[in-house]
Design a protein around this ligand. Structure first.
Ligand code: TRP
Length: 330
């Protein structure tokens, strides 16, 4: 890894298996960035605890599965640093130090915080850890002094707070020690759930990266297409169809055009359309499943990846913290 590459960092909470929405929204971007950036990617297990503290029984498995999903998707531990947040204690120390300079009012007015406090009713999110979520996230990011952070749109309020904290640190302690990192969004990829709502594990409407074709076929068979197209002889409207966005993601431009014409001219039906989708999906998933199987065949492989990544992250993090401590009079 060359030192002249621009640096990026990003993380995901280990809350369950990754689906196509994660892949096309964020992960694909990560896989590309590992070739051009000095990239740090971590499993945000402390962040998972901020809301799931009452039942942490799934976290260990989810961490392991998430790393498998990442490698399956194409992240290569030789090309990027893959690590686990809670294994790099410097993140906790930097979070503590940044909490000294972060006004509580900034945290309370964070739109994500307010929204989740209101919407998530099955968990008590009145804990301090949840309020301080964005401070920990700012620590995760600023630790690596990156120019950019590949995340989904939902993370933009957190990115704004990260920049505000960086600015305040620089103002208080002089210089421009922390950069003000920008979100690196993937050009909008539309990947709705099987039922047209947002693809999400909790809606049970996802196609997961670890699904086999046997898991996927019944899901696709049950998918709704254009609700106005009742018979094969009715012309369909791809823009009102729940399946067509997947063709945009997986079919070649030529095939997309062919499907569009076939649908609007009623020259082929939804069953044919689903067959084409399954074929393309199978081709897309094959290399992912191959990489997953290769990893699963080596016991201890995930632990090895994390051990090596944790060490590299720690080396970078401890250098940042030495400077931060000095600047803050410690
Ligand atoms: N908030 C992110 C999520 O919900 C996870 C995360 C934690 C993160 N720390 C980060 C993302 C730092 C990018 C950078 O998935």
């Amino acid at each position: 890894m060359s030192t002249v590459r621009p640096r990026t960092v990003s993380g995901m909470r280990p809350t369950g298996p990754l689906h196509l929405g994660h892949y096309f929204g964020v992960l694909k971007n990560w896989v590309e960035l590992q070739h051009t950036e000095e990239a740090y990617f971590f499993v945000a297990d402390w962040h998972a605890l901020t809301s799931d503290y009452a039942d942490p029984s799934n976290i260990a498995t989810n961490v392991e599965e998430m790393v498998k999903d990442w490698v399956a998707a194409g992240l290569d531990p030789e090309k990027c640093v893959i690590f686990r947040q809670s294994a790099v204690k410097e993140h906790a120390e930097l979070s503590l130090l940044l909490s000294m300079i972060t006004p509580v009012s900034w945290l309370e007015r964070n739109p994500t915080y307010k929204e989740q406090q209101q919407q998530i009713t099955n968990k008590d999110l009145g804990n301090a850890g949840f309020l301080c979520y964005p401070v920990l996230m700012a620590a995760d990011i600023l630790m690596y002094r990156p120019h950019g952070v590949p995340v989904g749109e939902d993370q933009l309020p957190h990115m704004e707070l990260t920049r505000e904290i960086a600015r305040r640190f620089n103002y208080l302690y002089g210089g421009s020690f922390f950069p003000e990192p920008q979100a690196m969004l993937t050009p909008a990829a539309k990947c709705p759930g099987l039922d047209g709502r947002k693809m999400s594990k909790s809606y049970n409407n996802g196609i997961f990266l670890r699904d086999t074709m046997a898991d996927i076929e019944p899901k696709v068979r049950g998918m709704f297409t254009d609700p106005a197209r009742l018979r094969k002889s009715d012309p369909g409207n791809p823009d009102a169809c729940n399946l067509f966005p997947y063709h945009v993601l997986l079919a070649s431009p030529e095939e997309q055009a062919e499907i569009r014409t076939g649908c609007t001219a009623a020259s082929f039906g939804c069953v044919e359309c689903k067959k084409r989708f399954l074929k393309n999906l199978e081709a897309f998933l094959a290399p992912l499943q191959e990489r997953r199987a290769a990893l699963a065949a080596r016991p201890g492989a995930v632990a090895e990846i994390l051990d090596a990544g944790n060490e590299r992250a720690r080396a970078f993090a401890s250098a940042t913290l030495a400077e931060v401590r000095a600047k803050m009079g410690l």
